[in-house]
Ligand binder design. Sequence first.
Ligand code: GLN
Length: 199
Amino acid sequence: MEVGVLAVQGDFAEHIAVLGKLGVKAKEIRLPHQLEMVDGLIIPGGESTTLSRLMSLYNFREPLQQMAKEGRSIWGTCAGMIMLANEITEEDPVPLGIMDIGVQRNAFGRQVDSFEQSLEIQALGPDPFHAIFIRAPLIIRVGEGVKVLCALDEARPVAVQQGNLMATSFHPELTNDHRFHRFFLDLAGKSCSSRNGSV
Ligand code: GLN
């Protein structure tokens, strides 16, 4: 199984470093044709307006939508999550429409641009996950096939999964807790084996 990290903008190096610690040599994806080599992809956090422009400029949109349709795994963190959404509350950036979620950018207001919070995430086991939110988006609509992995105050979703796709408002790559990256590798592994007919 091969995984990649979209390396056109944002904190892709941090994701690659975490995957490296887990023994996985992730590919830096800088051009669309490189997507053909990978079973799973992380779209990192950064600035979604810039990310959106670069995706259009380098013709990433269609191949990413295709990748999701084929059942390969994609995980968007923060700005990456904004790009995966079906719709966002503003006109710019234009999201990819890959996940059935609606997202509001910079949803936590300027006074709390960044904060950290311990979260209960059943899918990761009993220990709380220390989540870092940086000018974070919030999921304001969740489609039928979307599973909420974690919600702030049990009301505001910040981590979701829809089959082979996942999205988090926060930045697991900035912590030493690698359970989310393992969860993603698991998902990518499963979608890889089901596409190859071994499951
Ligand atoms: N606020 C940024 C945006 O709207 C996302 C911030 C992040 O990725 N940490 O794109």
